[in-house]
Write a protein that binds this ligand. Structure first.
Ligand code: T3D
Length: 254
């Protein structure tokens, strides 16, 4: 259900239920969580790439998973939430390549990417209200931070289906590329990040998320602490040395 492939320092994760538009089941979530946990702990993985197999990125929760029964969503969401926490706390850059439709929790997963590329034919729809549900998998947290409160209100209450270009105009997507070039471009970007200063990326990601709940004074203090940590890395030393020697740096990720 989640394909894993290593290419040098990049771990490529592919949601792989193409016959179901990569709709998300509990089992898929558990596999994704496991893969993220392993990637986090493996120093050889210095960037991740998440994409979908077939014509969709993901249609969100598999609406057939619970059959006719009434699901206990509150309990089921614990399986989503640990994946979202793993994505948000990932100490390596995550590139997401949205190859097709991203709906509901599928759209949420896509938005947790640090750099989000989309194929021209990709589309995005929150979908939750269309089936009488509230946004989950962190959508209510990340969407307003990406597009602003007013736009998030509109997107979550009306649930339009946005084209890749519309998503880019809103800041949901950083880059839109022709479908046939998506994998290549996303992998090139992930490879570039995999050669970068991994700790500095991790600490930058942490700062960006943390500062939302901090006062200016607290944010400045956190910047100073994390800069202290970044300043003690081998990569910082190498970065400055390379600058002085007028050559590209050779970062090792620590
Ligand atoms: O804890 C919890 O479990 C609650 C958590 C909820 C999180 C959520 O994600 S809620 C939102 C769930 N997702 C949706 O409501 C999206 C439903 N799907 C759609 O709106 C559309 O299918 C799409 C916009 C994703 C794609 O549209 P389109 O026109 O490209 O394809 P289609 O023809 O609608 O769908 C193709 C097939 O995929 C179709 O099956 P069929 O008729 O060919 O046998 C369709 O039923 C199936 N499919 C699409 N989405 C899902 C799905 N099957 C199961 N689950 C789906 N989410």
């Amino acid at each position: 259900m989640v394909l894993k492939e290593r290419q040098e320092g990049v771990l490529i994760l592919t949601l792989n239920r193409p016959e179901k538009l990569n709709a998300i089941t509990g089992a898929l979530l558990d596999e994704l969580y496991q893969a993220l946990k392993e990637a986090q702990e493996d120093p050889g993985v210095r960037a991740l790439l998440l994409t979908g197999a077939g014509r969709a990125f993901s249609a969100g929760q598999d609406l057939g998973e619970f059959g006719e029964g009434k699901p206990d969503y509150e309990a089921h969401l614990r399986r989503y939430n640990r994946v979202v926490e793993a994505l948000a706390g990932l100490e390596k850059p995550l590139v997401v390549a949205v190859n097709g439709v991203a709906a509901g929790a599928g759209m949420s997963l896509a938005l947790w990417g640090d750099l989000r590329l989309a194929a021209q034919e990709a589309s995005f729809t929150p979908a939750f209200v269309r089936i009488g549900l509230v946004p989950d998998s962190g959508m209510s947290f990340i969407l307003p931070r990406l597009v602003g409160f007013a736009k998030a209100q509109e997107l979550l209450l009306l649930s339009p289906r946005l084209s890749a270009e519309e998503a880019q105009a809103l800041g949901l997507v950083h880059r839109v590329v022709p479908g046939e070039r998506l994998s290549e471009e996303a992998l090139a970007l992930a490879r570039e990040l995999a050669q970068g200063p991994t700790r500095a990326y991790a600490l930058t990601k942490k700062l960006l998320l943390e500062t939302y709940r901090l006062s200016l004074t607290e944010a400045l203090a956190l910047e100073a602490i994390l800069q202290g940590e970044a300043g003690r890395t081998q990569d910082h030393e190498e970065g400055v040395r390379a600058f002085r020697e007028k050559r590209p740096p050779r970062f090792v990720g620590r």
